[in-house]
Design a protein around this ligand. Structure first.
Ligand code: KIV
Ligand code: ZN
Length: 522
């Protein structure tokens, strides 16, 4: 039977740059955030939550840069329910075409008693006052009742009703600790929808965490119960076990229209690219069996399945790889490709580079094309991704290793540190270990390498080796990444990339500590 109602549009609020960035190892610099924000806009999300401006100078600047450059999409900034946070969010969002202040405060008894040490009455007053304050700056204000799913439902409904009366345009009910289960979540959202006066005049949003692996299921239950907006992230990245994965929500709603009768504004063919770009920027890969974007998500291994697929795709395929932009026919460049094709490829991958950067990238592309036949999108990322790191503390200038089965591996490395050339040599268990020891000697760094991986970018021995290395310092994990046809060079560059990211991370921590000190003085 045909649907008699047109599909309801579910808004997609992407929080990869905010909640996602809270994930260990996912910190990004401003340029990286801008690149990802541009891709999110191409993907068609309704809202990009660009960051938490009060948290650090880096976050503030990133939200500001995204507000200035990424148009046509709503840009949100997070703020706790206090004037200083909200004002900082407003300043960062000032140049956005469609700004939204997202203010939050916890409403559950557990948070009220132990974290906020506040009465329910005081909290209600604060929520109302802060929504009013946010409204004095921007039209669109989202209010989140943190830990909503563990909040007394009568109190939650009162808070939501009052903030709606005050002017909130979206109310969000997060499952902050990923405690809810699908049926319960359905009933919870339905109750809010039925009991809160004025709820039909605003967007009701959900924000589910994945601690029990139920973030997607809970979000979909919420849609069934009438939620208008889902908050999610690329690859499901986020605090602890992560957030609901954007690609899973969107493809579930699309593949099972018969159940949900909803649609989104997402351009689904940009899903795979968005996932790849996030992985490229952060070095955090998805597991091969990850739904929608994992390497094996569309691979059919069993003979019986392959036989079925060859006879009729729908026997074992509920959606096509092409529908999420994982095309077998992607335009592959090679040594005969000219500058025009190279520029077009950069454009299609969402890179906005200066003429000088394109020129430099093109020369490097030609050099790579002389070494390997097919140049894939991931190769292009590795060639021009470096423009995401314009102000780097460390730059690899030279690496040379002696190794083999009869010698102790020895590496000689030269680095440019703050513009000054420094060099040293060191031995190691293998060539990469020797290079890393030399880099450590030069930089005086005390980091520990906790993970090291080499993959070939779609090929065999002639391909580029894509190295990702995770380093740890004082409980912080940072992943660096680089690719090169020589895996020792790629390893050195990946390590230097991680050290640069750690440097930026430590700078951000310092400025966020300043912010907290300032906050305490209020
Ligand atoms: O998980 C959560 O409660 C949040 C809020 C700030 C929306 O991330
Ligand atoms: Zn969250």
């Amino acid at each position: 039977m045909k649907d008699i109602y047109p599909p309801r549009i579910i808004k997609i609020f992407d929080t990869t740059l905010r909640d996602g960035e809270q994930s260990p190892g996912a910190s990004m610099n401003i340029q990286e955030k801008l690149n990802l924000a541009r891709q999110l806009a191409r993907l068609g999300v309704d809202t990009i939550e660009a960051g938490f401006p009060i948290a650090s100078e880096g976050d503030f600047e990133a939200v500001k840069a995204i507000s200035q450059e990424v148009k046509g999409v709503e840009i949100a900034a997070l703020a706790r329910a206090n004037e200083k946070d909200i004002y900082s969010a407003y300043l960062a969002l000032k140049d956005a075409e469609k700004p939204k202040i997202h203010t939050f405060i916890a409403t559950s008894d557990i948070h009220l008693k132990y974290k906020l040490k506040m009465s329910k009455e005081a909290l209600l007053e604060k929520a109302i006052n802060m929504v009013r304050y946010a409204k004095s700056f921007v039209e669109k204000v989202e209010f989140s009742a943190e830990d909503a799913s563990r909040t007394d439902i009568d109190f939650l409904c009162t808070v939501l009703e009052k903030v709606i009366e005050t002017g909130a345009t979206t109310v969000n009910i997060p499952d902050t600790v990923g405690y809810s289960v699908p049926l319960e979540h359905y009933n919870f959202v339905k109750t809010v929808k039925e009991r809160v006066k004025g709820i039909e005049t605003v967007d009701l949003s959900v924000h589910c965490h994945n601690d029990l692996g139920l973030a997607t299921a809970n979000s979909l239950s919420a849609v069934m119960a009438g939620a208008d907006q889902v908050e999610c992230t690329i690859n499901g990245i986020g605090e602890r076990a992560g957030n609901a994965a954007l690609e899973e929500i969107v493809m579930a709603l699309n593949t099972r229209k018969d159940i949900y009768n909803t649609a989104t504004n997402i351009k689904m063919t940009e899903i795979y690219r968005s996932s790849q770009l996030f992985t490229y920027i952060t070095g955090i890969s998805v597991q091969p069996n990850k739904a929608i974007v994992g390497k094996n998500a569309f691979a059919h291994e069993a003979g019986i399945h392959q036989d079925g697929i060859l006879k009729e795709k729908t026997t074992y395929e509920i959606m096509t790889p092409e529908s999420v932009g994982k095309s077998e026919n992607e335009l592959v460049l090679g040594k005969h490709s000219g500058k025009h094709a190279f520029k077009e490829k950069l454009k299609s991958l969402g890179y906005l580079l200066t003429e000088e950067e394109i020129e430099d990238g093109f020369l490097r592309f030609k050099a790579l094309a002389d070494k390997k036949k097919d140049i894939y999108d991931e190769d292009i990322d590795s060639l021009v991704g470096k423009y995401s790191h314009p102000s780097e503390k460390y730059e690899l200038k030279y690496v040379n290793v002696v190794c083999g089965d009869t010698v102790t591996p020895l590496a000689m490395v030269k680095l440019l540190i703050d513009g000054k050339l420094q060099y040293d040599s060191a031995c190691g268990n293998g060539p990469v270990d020797a290079v890393y020891n030399a880099i450590k000697k030069i930089t005086g760094s005390k980091v520990t390498v906790i993970k090291y991986e080499v993959k070939s970018i779609r090929g065999t021995t002639e391909a580029q080796g894509d190295v990702s290395v995770t380093i740890e310092e004082s409980g912080t994990d940072i992943t660096g990444r680089s690719a090169h046809t020589d895996i020792v060079v790629a390893s050195a560059k990946a390590y230097v990339n991680a050290l640069n990211k750690l440097f930026v991370h430590n700078q951000n921590i310092r400025s966020s500590l300043n912010a907290v000190t300032y906050d305490k003085d209020r």
